[in-house]
Design a protein around this ligand. Structure first.
Ligand SMILES: Cc1cc2nc3c(=O)[nH]c(=O)nc-3n(C[C@H](O)[C@H](O)[C@H](O)COP(=O)(O)OP(=O)(O)OC[C@H]3O[C@@H](n4cnc5c(N)ncnc54)[C@H](O)[C@@H]3O)c2cc1C
Length: 461
């Protein structure tokens, strides 16, 4: 067979944070790559609050100055609130103590600042909340400026792996004209569209997390309502609701605009038989202070919803391909992890790709380091989230306890890739199991109906 020179070394499907950061890393290293994006940017997208591990990627890609110029709100920390009475209104005498024989009752408000723990490779005390239409456009342009080719308005339909260099077939705009490019390898960064996962039939729906979100932006929502200090105004807030597995995000988008979203289990929404709008306002109504503040604000757009979003893949790399970001895995967004995982996927993967191209071996074995690292990180996230859903009062307790606070913060900062079994997670799981086994424990009645063991299968794949 005569070898032909492919159009590109790497073809990347999708130009969200995973695809554009991959394009940027590869182009910066001189790799001939193309990003194929079906939309014409800017386009709106859910997922607006970052965690500090994203900062390492911005630094690597010389992108921090642009983030500053864009004047995205600085995110110095996070806060969680619950009604003063309700979820935490109980007798704590049988609860866990603080090591000094005193029993700690979780607060109905906890907050944490990122600067409480020094993070290697991160030289700022904050990260950002972003308007995704603007952020994604900026990052895609940045990849382009660094040398990545970018085709927008092209929808990838298929990848033909039967050729020496796989061919990506795509439809152009509304014309429906089909074209193709070939490349030495393919990176799937198509987000929750999971392009290759579908084509190769590798997708496993999460057996437990079946979450559903309704969200929109509000102008003139008073972010001081829940701020204990003025500096909390631009924190992300997670408001617990007294409805099982349901919470609300509050994310600053600009000085006056705030993104608000209700996350619940899909079956809660289906059971309610309500329209999106009614469900949103009923959920918000369980926290009167929040409802009052939102009613005084101006809803800017119709409600949008997102569903069916938790899944894993049997493989995230293969001969001549890999998946990055949501294309490879999606875990619940409670800790604002998605964009950071997407960006860090590229950070970990690009070296493997460059080495594979140099040695002329793009078989799966060349991507093993990336696959192990990303699986470790998402496993830790997943366990953290699982424990949280099983017993969210425990999370508040750990944040409030100086013995565990910084270890929890490490996870919240997105540093989840360097420890196979973070001790704080082991401790949390042990405490959950103690509460599960002791019906008299005051927290027993607060156990959620998502069991830690139930999702082991998806979590370990
Ligand atoms: C309810 C909810 C709340 C969230 N909140 C947060 C949060 O606060 N913080 C956070 O970090 N993350 C959050 N996320 C997660 C976040 O949205 C994602 O993790 C993040 O966008 C992943 O980036 P990505 O590049 O992998 O995928 P995407 O950002 O989805 O980008 C994929 C791109 O691929 C393109 N594409 C898809 N199919 C094709 C095709 N066939 N051909 C060409 N192009 C294609 C799409 O148009 C898109 O632009 C949330 C998610 C949900 C569902």
């Amino acid at each position: 067979m005569v070898s032909t020179k492919p159009d590109f070394d790497v073809a990347i499907i999708g130009g969200g944070p995973a695809g554009s950061s991959m394009g940027a890393y590869l182009a910066k290293a001189g790799v001939n790559c193309v990003v194929l994006e079906r939309e014409l940017f800017p386009r709106p997208h859910v997922g607006e609050s970052l965690v500090p591990s994203a900062m390492r990627v911005f630094r690597d890609l010389n992108f921090l100055d642009q983030m500053e110029e864009a004047r995205f709100p600085h995110k110095f920390g996070a806060a969680w609130t619950a009604e003063d009475r309700g979820a935490y209104d109980m007798d704590f005498k049988g609860g866990f103590d603080n090591g000094k024989g005193e029993c700690i009752a979780p607060e109905s408000h906890v907050d944490i600042r990122f600067n409480e723990r020094v993070q290697e490779g991160v030289d700022r005390e904050y990260t950002y909340h972003v308007d995704r239409s603007k952020f994604d456009l900026m990052l895609l342009h940045h990849a382009n400026k660094l040398g990545a080719s970018v085709y927008e308005g092209v929808r990838v339909n298929s990848v033909d792996f039967s050729q020496e260099n796989p061919e990506v077939r795509f439809k152009v705009g509304r014309s429906g004209r089909e074209l193709g490019v070939n490349a030495r390898m393919i990176v799937d960064a198509s987000g929750r569209n999971t392009f290759l996962g579908n084509q190769l039939k590798l997708k496993i729906k999460d057996p437990v997390f079946d979450q559903y979100a309704i969200h929109t932006w509000f102008d003139n929502y008073d972010r001081k309502v829940f701020a204990k200090k003025n500096e909390h105004r631009d924190f992300i807030f997670i408001h617990f609701l007294p409805i099982s597995n349901t919470w609300i995000w509050q994310i600053p988008i600009s000085e006056t605009i705030t993104s608000i979203g209700v996350v619940t289990q899909k079956r809660n929404f289906a059971k309610s038989k309500q329209e999106r709008e009614e469900f949103f306002w009923n959920a918000v109504g369980t926290r009167p202070a929040l409802r009052d503040a939102l009613e005084k604000a101006d809803q800017m757009h119709p409600f949008k919803d997102e569903g069916d979003y938790s899944y894993a893949m049997k493989q995230v790399t293969g001969d001549g391909w890999m998946m990055v970001g949501d294309a490879g895995r999606f875990v619940d967004p409670i800790f604002s992890t998605g964009v950071s995982i997407a960006l860090n996927s590229s950070r970990f993967a690009h070296n493997n790709i460059i080495a594979a191209l140099e040695k002329g071996d793009v078989s799966r074995a060349s991507f093993a380091e990336f696959e192990n690292k990303i699986r470790l990180g998402t496993k830790n996230w997943y366990e953290f989230i699982s424990v949280y859903y099983r017993l969210n009062v425990l999370f508040t307790y750990f944040v409030g306890d100086p013995r565990y606070r910084l270890d929890v913060l490490k996870l919240l900062q997105g540093d989840v890739y360097d420890d196979a079994a973070p001790p704080v997670l082991q401790k949390m799981k042990k405490m959950v199991s103690e509460v599960e086994q002791n019906e008299k424990h005051p927290w027993h009645k607060l156990l959620g109906d998502m069991t830690v063991d139930a999702f082991k299968e998806a979590a370990t794949i």
